[in-house]
Design a protein around this ligand. Structure first.
Ligand code: FE2
Ligand code: FE2
Length: 169
């Protein structure tokens, strides 16, 4: 029987794998940048990491959970406000994975899985497909979280579905 993890247990696992990333100056900056709707880039990155963990556990995939969590937390580590036209590059959607990877390489020691997660997370907008199961899961989780975060602002409260804290995001 598959183990069922609570949100709290998943958060504990996440903190254990990536305390240094969560406490970093870069992630503090991310907490001040809006990603989608009312959600900061920090919150978005944590949501993507948790969602990737849930997907892997639900699907019963054996993945390198530590690398997946660390890559997910750093996938949008581009460190600017993409809503600000003065600082956001013209083709942010295409260029931010490379910027995030450069920043992450500068601030942390990365392995191949973590690099692949960051540089490929916009697939299929960027055409090279993910190489590892971990990168594919983060790519899917990123889209699920982005859709939820964007729609949460646009759907009037009375039509919103109750969030299932034990299920997938
Ligand atoms: Fe991104
Ligand atoms: Fe993202």
């Amino acid at each position: 029987m598959k183990a069922i993890y609570t949100n709290k247990q998943l958060m504990q696992m996440l903190c254990q794998y990536a305390r240094d990333i969560l406490d970093s100056e870069g992630m503090k900056l991310q907490a001040g940048f809006v990603q989608h709707g009312a959600v900061s880039t920090y919150q978005h990155s944590v949501s993507v990491a948790l969602c990737s963990m849930r997907l892997a556990l639900r699907l019963g995939l054996e993945v390198d959970m530590r690398s997946m969590v660390r890559g997910a937390l750093l996938h949008d580590y581009f460190l600017y406000d993409w809503h600000d036209p003065d600082v956001c590059p013209r083709f942010h959607g295409y260029t931010h994975p490379k910027t995030a990877l450069e920043n992450a390489e500068r601030d942390f020691k990365l392995n191949d899985i973590e690099r692949d997660i960051i540089i490929k997370h916009m697939f299929p907008l960027t055409p090279v497909p993910p190489r590892y199961a971990e990168s594919m899961l983060v790519t899917v989780a990123d889209k699920l979280c982005a859709a939820r975060e964007t729609l949460a602002v646009k759907i009037p409260t009375k039509f919103k579905l109750k969030q299932n804290h034990n299920g997938l995001y």
